[in-house]
Design a protein around this ligand. Structure first.
Ligand code: SF4
Ligand code: F3S
Ligand code: FES
Length: 246
């Protein structure tokens, strides 16, 4: 009679870069936690077990636990990723976690991506620009959109603003004002939207220099690390070709 092999679970050593900038006595330091791995454990679950059983002061963010809200981005063994979508079984026993670079540190693994994303949204005016939108008849039927175009827009809107592309981008780490792949993805989205009356010259004004498309050095970290598999580098290359023609 055959028996089902039971996978031996491991003792994980999770090293976390800890620091609370709001606490004048805090200095950056690595703290190691040990815990027994559970079947199908995600890093999100592991961090919650640590917080519940070992250290309630450990700071990290999560909302959805399903790769949708974008709040659990962190550096996992040197690479940006989502804690809720990372299974511990796909990692070695020794795991090192750090906050995403390029964002304001709140504490430990918690960074203020929301503030950064809002700033980019305001700079790039990521909303539909159309004359008379404020007097629009909300009961009127919208002009139909071709399904292929709607699908294209939907694809670009899959961005969850997790910040992994910024953490993975050398340019974004070197210059604070670079809009990054997430910003350029937004520009592509509104450029394609037939309801937006801005033209290529208007978009050139926003990203036609080295804080935008010409700052990108095609390092490709954004596309490699995007948890939603958005074709970021391809879009940037396309935008750059359009901008050259303006
Ligand atoms: Fe995250 Fe990808 Fe959006 Fe960047 S483009 S914020 S990596 S989902
Ligand atoms: Fe950065 Fe992606 Fe360009 S990693 S340099 S935005 S291709
Ligand atoms: Fe929402 Fe991970 S908790 S993406």
């Amino acid at each position: 009679m055959s028996t089902i092999p039971v996978k031996a679970l491991r003792t994980l050593k999770i090293r976390v870069l800890r620091h609370n900038p709001a606490d004048p006595d805090s200095t950056p330091n690595m703290q190691t936690f040990e815990l027994e791995e559970a079947d199908s454990m995600t890093l999100f679950v592991a961090l919650n077990v640590i917080r519940e059983e070992q250290d309630p002061s450990l700071a990290f963010d999560f909302v959805c636990r399903a790769g949708i809200c974008g709040s659990c981005g962190m550096i996992i063994n040197g690479r940006p990723g989502l804690a809720c979508r990372t299974l511990t079984r796909d990692l070695p026993e020794d795991i090192t976690l750090a906050p995403l670079p390029g964002f304001e540190l709140i504490a430990d693994l918690s960074v203020n991506t929301g503030k950064w994303m809002r700033g980019i949204s305001e700079r790039l005016e990521t909303w539909v620009h159309a004359q008379g939108l404020d007097t629009v008849d909300v009961d009127a039927l919208e002009t139909p959109m071709e399904p292929e175009l709607a699908q294209q827009l939907y694809e670009l809107e899959r961005c969850i603003e997790c910040g992994c592309c910024i953490a993975a981008c050398g340019t974004a780490q070197m210059r604070e004002d670079f809009v990054g792949a997430v910003g350029l993805n937004q520009i592509t989205r509104f450029r394609l939207d037939p309801r937006d009356e801005r033209d290529d010259a208007d978009f050139y004004e926003l990203v036609g220099d080295d804080v935008g498309v010409f700052g990108c050095m095609t390092l490709l970290g954004c596309e490699d690390m995007c948890p939603k598999d958005l074709p970021l580098a391809t879009q940037i290359a396309f935008l750059r070709r359009r901008m050259v023609a303006v």
